[in-house]
Design a binder for this molecule. Structure first.
Ligand SMILES: NC(=O)c1ccc[n+]([C@@H]2O[C@H](COP(=O)([O-])OP(=O)(O)OC[C@H]3O[C@@H](n4cnc5c(N)ncnc54)[C@H](O)[C@@H]3O)[C@@H](O)[C@H]2O)c1
Length: 453
């Protein structure tokens, strides 16, 4: 199938790079967003999101006349839906579905944007078109939610128009390269739909393009992130076990990973971001009765900030008994707020949750996020420099393994802070001789034998 004109709905981290890449590869692209600010920013030559190389790409696409933006879809050969699918906490829906509420707190996919984007395509959908859903979605969304909406046009999915699910797996910071180089899964509601999807992405994808059915493609995306979430949950439980048994979990994981078929991920203060901490819920929502492991892994990771709180209490507690004496009035410099190293993204970040927990216990926390020095978070004192965070601290807490923070030496730290207690939740300061510089260091997943026996 040949494509001349494409409409991309949702111009965020996924939609805008995708629309621009198709435009610079020769397609006429209309980028659609319901947020008027996004449209006016782009119309005025601005950019509302940060991604390396994106400004140059968007400028090239606009300058060539191949990329235009609009608040409404237009007739086209193909449509790509790349709108948000966040979650919302809602325990009660299970009462509707299973007859009774089981007392647990679940998180459910918010599919309103996918619904309204599909509805927006309805008036311009034509025979022979291809519609692609890229938004991460619960299993069967393409066949059970999107197809029935589009069929309100009177056209039949898989017969009159092609319908495909194709997950996006790009890494923020590397989106432009990975968009082109990553393998791409194309799930069609019929083999002919999958073939049409393949023809579209073959315009620029250099990685392998693999065809399957739509529901398999939805599962693939959710399985990838769920696998990582469960793997991190077991690493977090190993960290708890290591503390109990006087073992250094980081060393133990390093040794276990020398087994040729073992690959344990790293423990830490929890799991955040808009993918790994969200996507497993889509599987739990779709089938709560058969997903106890996935549900438990989510809870293990969500509970991890409380283990960090315990570690901080022990670090600031009575050295002779090892017991915590409360954190009231203790000044803590919390370093790193983002959900993972070397990014500025604070969404669902466990580091933010740790700061809230410390403050609830009465600690006076100054937080510093080197990738977002103007972070404005309700209830959190975020300072704009490392020096300010450290200068009058009683303890320093490393929450994110940012390269700049990891690089701090004992000498530099000693010069910047009167604190001599360091708490490392990400193994960022391992291998440095903190003791020689007068520090006591407490690491997540490492029992402080001297203090507690
Ligand atoms: N960002 C990532 O790294 C990443 C990676 C893989 C998958 N995903 C998935 O891709 C999807 C999009 O994510 P994102 O990060 O690009 O989101 P985003 O929040 O950056 O952008 C989404 C855009 O869609 C717009 N929008 C909302 N409703 C709309 C509608 N009805 N019609 C047109 N536009 C609409 C919003 O205004 C926003 O500009 C999500 O399902 C996400 O889970 C994202």
């Amino acid at each position: 199938m040949n494509f001349t004109k494409l409409c991309v709905l949702g111009l965020g981290y996924i939609g805008l790079p995708t629309a621009s890449t198709f435009a610079t590869h020769g397609l006429q692209v209309v980028g659609v967003d319901v947020n008027p600010q996004v449209i006016s920013t782009l119309c005025n030559g601005g950019l509302h999101i940060h991604e390396p190389g994106l400004r140059t790409l968007v400028e090239a696409a606009v300058k060539s006349g191949k990329l235009t933006v609009s608040e409404k879809p237009e007739e086209a050969d193909a449509f790509i839906i790349a709108v948000p699918t966040p979650f919302r906490a809602a325990p009660t829906r299970y009462a509707d579905r299973f007859g009774e509420y089981d007392g647990q707190m679940y998180k459910l996919a918010d599919m309103r944007a996918v619904t309204s984007a599909s509805e927006a395509i309805l008036p311009v959908l034509r025979k022979g078109n291809l519609v692609v859903l890229e938004s991460t979605s619960p299993p069967r969304t393409t066949v059970d939610l999107v197809a029935p909406i589009l069929e309100r046009s009177g056209l039949k999915a898989g017969v009159d128009f092609h319908l495909v699910y194709s997950p996006e797996r790009v890494l923020p910071g590397q989106i432009l390269r990975e968009l082109i180089e990553n393998a791409r899964v194309i799930g069609g509601i019929t083999p002919a739909s999958a073939q049409a999807g393949r023809d579209l992405y073959a315009v620029f994808v250099r990685g392998e393009i693999v065809q399957t059915d739509a529901t398999t493609a939805e599962m693939v995306k959710l399985m990838e992130n769920t696998y990582r979430d469960v793997n991190i949950a077991i690493a977090n439980e190993f960290a708890r076990l290591a503390e109990r048994f006087g073992v250094d979990v980081w060393e133990a994981i390093g040794l276990a990973n020398r087994h040729p078929r073992v690959r344990i991920l790293s423990p830490g203060p929890g799991v955040g971001g808009h993918c790994i901490s969200v996507d497993p819920w889509f599987l739990v929502e779709a089938a709560p009765d058969i997903t106890p492991l996935i549900y438990t892994a989510r809870n293990v990771n969500d509970a991890q900030p409380h283990f960090v709180l315990d570690l901080v209490k022990r670090a600031l507690g009575n050295p002779s008994t090892g017991s915590g004496q409360g954190l009231k009035g203790k000044k803590i410099a919390a370093l790193g707020l983002s959900y993972k190293p070397d990014v500025d993204d604070l969404r669902e970040s466990p580091a933010v949750e740790v700061v809230h927990l410390l403050q609830k216990e009465g600690a006076l926390v100054k937080a510093f996020e080197p990738f977002k020095t103007d972070a404005d978070l309700p209830g959190i004192t975020a300072v704009s420099s490392l020096e300010t965070a450290l200068k009058d601290a009683d303890a320093v807490l490393l929450l994110v393994n940012h390269s700049g923070l990891r690089a701090l030496t004992p000498e530099k730290m000693a010069a910047l802070t009167p604190a001599r207690i360091l708490i490392d939740t990400v193994n960022g300061w391992a291998g440095k001789d903190w003791q020689a510089a007068g520090f006591r260091i407490f690491r997540l997943g490492v029992k402080q034998i001297k203090r507690e026996t």
